[in-house]
Write a protein that binds this ligand. Structure first.
Ligand code: NDP
Length: 441
């Protein structure tokens, strides 16, 4: 059933077509709910939040066995204290200010948004901000402020992060009443309060120039490097020498990945999350909890002091480097091709014209499978875990989640491309048969 009503208080004249689902919920333009609807959202909220605390308990206790039931402290102050809340809040505000201030990096336009056709502007200074964060950390340590003692506050910092996420997601839910319909997320306005809060009602919430989605994403990644630095400094202090080569290798590989990500920062602006997803609890928890989920390998190596012979570490580095080349070169091929198909870097690659006017690459990396960039990313993430050996599975959980996330992402991208390219997409898929791993998947 279709019904037209007004959603935005900002512009009461603006109307949008919504449809009612059989469960009584409604959504714009007839789009259905996704990710299993409210029940799926509830499952994710409980499961993922629980998983983060599970990981942090393992990191704190040093008991890495996946099947050992976690032993959580019983005192409230072990979970939350004012110092951790202040650290979290001040640090996040500093990241927001560094994004807004006109220092370093140029202003770049994002893709035109589907509903409004408008292109938002972003300040690309993430690399500079990362360097400022690292310098601040090093200076603070040299001046005697022991930033590395933060490793004792992991549980309190996690709770402070969760409170921040709950606060931002609830505030954004309310804020969405005052934005134009054109900025609303079509999957986040079903009428079910919990589900809409989870998916995010607004696509790109902004205060003046501050783009919250983009800043949260950057902050999560920068926080990951900072927590890794804490583990490195702890290793120096405890080892009274240098950290193990395993730890140095993992830190080096993860830092290189982050620097690469920020070096090619303009590519982030066209990623699915930035362009298509609403900002609610779902995305906020995925972004801002990156440090607590992904600094597991360095924490594991700090505590276990696990070492591998140099030739095994060299083999792991070669694997990482192979994954990195696949990831970076395939992303570059596609991005350059989309910017200018006649550019000398891609003009020699075979491509397939489609009725939409756009062509699809069928040569180079993109002739091997439909998402070579995902393949590179998976190899990279497995390389982070291999230096922790094969005694425990927890350091591999990040790779498992990434594989599940990219499989889901591939199927959503498939559906979208099928809609965009119609029968040309079928033709493309019969030519490039494999989704992510050539000859396997
Ligand atoms: P992709 O880079 O895979 O882009 C998919 C889009 O590319 C399609 O919608 C289509 O858009 C275009 N495309 C698909 N096939 C072709 C082709 N043969 N020739 C030309 N264009 C094609 O999507 P993502 O944004 O999901 O990923 C970007 C990067 O981010 C990846 O490297 C991924 O691994 C990484 N990532 C990492 C995560 C992490 O946690 N580490 C999480 C998510 C992503 P169109 O035709 O409209 O241009």
């Amino acid at each position: 059933m279709k019904i037209t009503f007004r959603q935005s208080r900002k512009d009461p004249q603006e109307t949008v077509e919504w449809s009612h689902n059989h469960d009584g919920t409604s959504n714009k333009n007839g789009d259905g709910v996704k990710n299993g609807g409210p029940l799926g959202a509830l499952f994710f909220t409980v499961f993922f939040t629980g998983y983060i605390y599970f990981v942090v308990e393992k990191c704190n206790s040093g008991q890495w066995n996946l099947f050992r039931w976690p032993q959580f402290p019983t005192l409230t102050e072990d979970y939350i204290d004012i110092e951790a809340v202040l650290i979290c809040l001040v640090w996040f505000m500093v990241q927001c200010i560094l994004y807004i201030l006109p220092i370093a990096g140029q202003i770049e336009k994002g893709l035109p948004l589907k509903e409004s056709g408008q292109s938002l502007q972003y300040r690309l200074n993430a690399l500079f901000v990362l360097m400022l964060n690292i310098s601040g950390f090093v200076f603070a340590e040299l001046l005697g402020f022991r930033v590395s003692t933060l490793s004792k506050k992991l549980l309190q910092l996690t709770t402070a992060g969760v409170i921040l996420i709950l606060f931002i997601s609830s505030m954004l839910y309310v804020k969405a009443y005052w934005v134009s319909n054109l900025n609303l997320n079509r999957h986040g306005n079903t009428g079910n309060v919990f589900y809409d809060w989870f998916q995010g009602r607004e696509l790109n919430p902004r205060w003046w120039f501050l783009d919250l989605k983009y800043v949260c994403f950057r902050s999560g990644i920068i926080g990951w490097v900072m927590l890794n630095l804490v583990n490195i400094v702890k290793a120096y202090e405890e080892g009274k020498g240098h950290p193990t080569y395993n730890l140095i290798l993992v830190f080096g590989m993860q830092l290189t990945y982050v620097v690469d990500c920020f070096w090619f920062e303009d590519a982030l602006l066209v990623s699915r999350d930035i362009v298509h997803e609403g900002l609610g609890y779902n995305l906020l928890v995925q972004f801002l909890m990156i440090p607590f989920c992904f600094a597991v390998q360095t924490r594991y190596l700090l505590q276990t002091k696990f070492i591998l012979p140099w030739y095994t570490l060299t083999g792991i580095f070669i694997l990482y480097f192979t994954g990195y080349i696949i990831y970076r070169d395939s992303n570059q091929q596609k991005n350059n091709f989309r910017k200018n198909p006649n550019s000398p870097s891609v003009s020699h690659l075979e491509s397939m014209p489609t009725a939409s006017g756009k062509s699809l690459l069928v040569g180079g990396w993109w002739g091997l499978c439909r998402h070579p960039n995902y393949l590179g990313d998976i190899i990279i993430s497995i390389s982070y875990a291999l230096p922790t050996g094969l005694n425990h599975f927890l350091p591999y959980m990040g790779s498992l989640f990434l594989i599940l996330l990219l499989i889901d992402r591939e199927s959503r991208d498939y559906a979208e491309c099928k809609r965009k390219y119609g029968s040309d997409w079928d033709r493309y898929c019969s030519r490039v048969k494999y989704r992510i791993i050539p000859y396997i998947y």
